[in-house]
Design a protein around this ligand. Structure first.
Ligand code: NAD
Length: 274
């Protein structure tokens, strides 16, 4: 596993395990255990996913020491505001069966995010969270956060995959020393990423799968990835990306398939806020 240092000095694994849409809780629990036993050290959940308890059980069953793991969960937008955030955090911690979190993210850039951030800053100072960050923030909101809060977010987790490469956003995050984390590296398997000809050719050249090429491409851009799978074969395949390197031509070629557009939630659309 490779690690990256956040702006507060905490180290974070470059690749983790996402559990969005793992609604079968027994399957979620088993997948988390499988992932940790396969070598994953970062688990990414959210209170909104409704599976924090299953994630907690999966962690426990893995037998791996808590301090070796990096656990992220997220604050849902209806829990925004100072007091609500403190309660939501305690509930997440209880559901996960943990006594501290490695990373707590504001899930959506809406509602009283400033009240939430004050609560997160306080929890961070108390040592209950090792790093605090945001998700789905565009550069304007993030700059506002950088300028008018005491603690700068350590991470922004945003939709990033070969068809939405977030090149400008990545530059903004790099310039401001905020880690870029990708969500839906495979576009949730819905965008025919695995059928893409260019990615298949690069995969063949390296004797790897398209999934491995996509994850490697992201890691070489300094972006932390959290692919999801409930199948042991794919769980193992998705972490097996540290034994090869894409060359400059591969990186340049992959750049050519960017559309610069979101395929999922458009956070500039007022309807998305509801
Ligand atoms: P993903 O892009 O990781 O795609 C997962 C799907 O890809 C699987 O269901 C499967 O169909 C396919 N797949 C996985 N590995 C494969 C392989 N090796 N070969 C072939 N197919 C494979 O989708 P995701 O779950 O949406 O994103 C990853 C994680 O990002 C989530 O689980 C969650 O933790 C996080 N996320 C966060 C937000 C946010 O708003 N912050 C939004 C979406 C997702």
């Amino acid at each position: 596993m490779e690690y990256i240092k956040l702006n507060n000095g905490v180290t974070m694994p470059m690749l983790g395990f996402g559990v969005y849409q793992m609604n079968d809780l027994a399957e979620c629990e088993k997948s988390v255990t499988d992932a940790i036993q396969a070598g994953y050290r970062l688990i990414d959940t959210a209170s909104k996913y409704g599976n924090e308890e299953a994630v907690g059980k999966g962690i426990k069953n893995s037998g791996v020491a808590r301090e070796e793991l990096f656990i992220t969960t997220k604050l849902w937008l209806q829990d925004a505001g100072y007091e609500h955030t403190k309660k939501a955090f305690e509930l997440s911690l209880k559901n996960l069966g943990l006594d501290y979190l490695d990373l707590y993210l504001i899930h959506q850039p809406f509602n009283d995010v400033y009240g939430s951030w004050r609560a997160m800053e306080a929890l961070y100072k108390e040592g209950k969270i090792r790093a605090i960050g945001v998700s789905n923030f565009r550069p304007d909101r993030l700059m506002d956060f950088i300028l008018y809060n005491e603690i700068k977010p350590a991470v922004n987790q945003i939709e990033t995959h070969p068809f939405n490469q977030q090149i400008e956003n990545n530059q903004f995050l790099t310039d401001n020393d905020i880690l870029h984390q990708s969500w839906s590296p495979f576009g949730q398997g819905k965008l025919n990423v695995f059928e893409n000809e260019l990615l298949n050719n690069i995969a063949k050249k390296h004797n790897k799968s398209v999934a491995q090429v996509v994850l490697r491409w992201m890691i070489q851009r300094g972006i932390v990835v959290i692919p999801k799978s409930v199948h042991l074969k794919r769980i193992k395949e998705n972490i097996n990306v540290f034994d090869f390197k894409l060359d400059d031509t591969d990186m340049k070629d992959i750049k050519s398939i960017d559309t610069g557009k979101s395929t999922f939630k458009n956070h500039t659309d007022p309807e998305v806020v509801k």
